[in-house]
Design a protein around this ligand. Structure first.
Ligand SMILES: [Zn+2]
Length: 309
């Protein structure tokens, strides 16, 4: 059994304003790191173009159509304070959605053991009717719903270790007992949500905020004492990781102090749960990570752990 890597060149054509941290070089750095000899065992695929029928699994059609209509022919269009569309954005967004769905298809049908989607823009800040925080459509949420609608998954767990809280994923599944959303993130920090008291209508939202300055020890303790036991109890049919790497100590947007071994450790722990709960089925989707070296080294450690399974 093998690990699938899904990428698409459209990720490089979603342009953001000069100096914006969410930039094409992020994907160039990750792809360069995964060219190393150690990754020769990966199955590599190009992401399919996602469809609006996939997007509407988590977003109303009129919102999806508004995003499509907002795409500019040239120049940049501002969607919110830090979220902009360029002429290449829509194609990148739809390939990010299509790639996540493709990863779910191949993992759920047992063609591959697990998968990593290395595309941009990220998705976890996108709420059902709101594009924000560099995000347009919520790939991780769409992937979870797709697994339920098309592969008979009853329960899906989404674990989000991006340094920012995934307000979008939380909002989409707030009153849905069939999806567990579990997050560690720095708090206070953008977008401001993610307090431990935010639990959802059915107690299936699990937030474990960390503080600026926290590192490996606090992260692993939050995982081992809160998040991992909750995922084990939930007994998911699929695990999805919202894999942001901006909790890395080098990252310029936040102040946690994780390093590559922490991401490898968390990956292994989640794979162990997936092995026991759902024959190892795990799909990982890139979210944030804005220091190119911290991002690429962390993504490499994460994918190496996926391959060791
Ligand atoms: Zn982030």
């Amino acid at each position: 059994m093998t690990t699938l890597l899904i990428t698409h060149p459209s990720s490089l054509r979603h342009e953001t304003p000069e100096g914006h941290p969410e930039r094409p070089d992020r994907i160039r750095a990750v792809e360069a790191a995964l060219e190393d000899e150690r990754f020769s065992g990966l199955i590599r695929e190009s992401a399919a173009l996602g469809t609006l029928d996939q997007v509407v699994l988590c977003h109303p059609r009129d919102f999806a159509e508004r995003i499509v209509a907002a795409a500019p022919r040239d120049g940049l269009v501002r969607i919110d304070d830090d979220t902009t569309m360029s002429p290449g954005t829509l194609e990148a967004v739809l390939h990010a959605v299509g790639g996540a769905v493709q990863a779910v298809d191949e993992v759920m049908t047992g063609q591959v053991a697990n998968a990593f989607c290395a595309m941009r823009p990220p998705g976890h800040h996108a709420e059902s009717v709101k594009a924000m925080g560099f995000c347009f459509f919520n790939q991780a949420a769409i992937a979870a719903r797709h697994a339920q609608r098309h592969h008979g998954a009853q329960r899906v767990a989404i674990i989000d270790w991006d340094v920012h809280h995934g307000n979008g994923t939380q909002e989409i599944f707030w009153d849905d007992a069939s999806v567990l959303y579990a997050s560690t993130h720095e708090m206070p920090l953008y977008p401001g949500t993610g307090a431990a008291s935010e639990r959802g209508e059915h107690g299936t939202i699990v937030n474990t905020p960390l503080q600026a300055g926290d590192g490996s020890e606090a992260f692993r303790e939050a995982m081992e004492t809160v998040l991992l036991p909750r995922i084990v109890d939930f007994s998911p049919d699929l695990l999805i990781i919202s894999a942001g790497f901006d909790a890395h100590w080098r990252d310029p947007l936040a102040n946690l102090n994780l390093s590559e071994p922490d991401f490898a450790w968390a990956t292994q722990k989640l794979m162990d749960i997936a092995d026991r709960s759902c024959r190892g089925r795990l799909v990982s989707i890139l979210e944030g990570g804005y220091d190119l070296e911290g991002l690429s080294r962390s993504a490499a450690a994460h994918v190496l752990a996926l391959m060791r399974g």
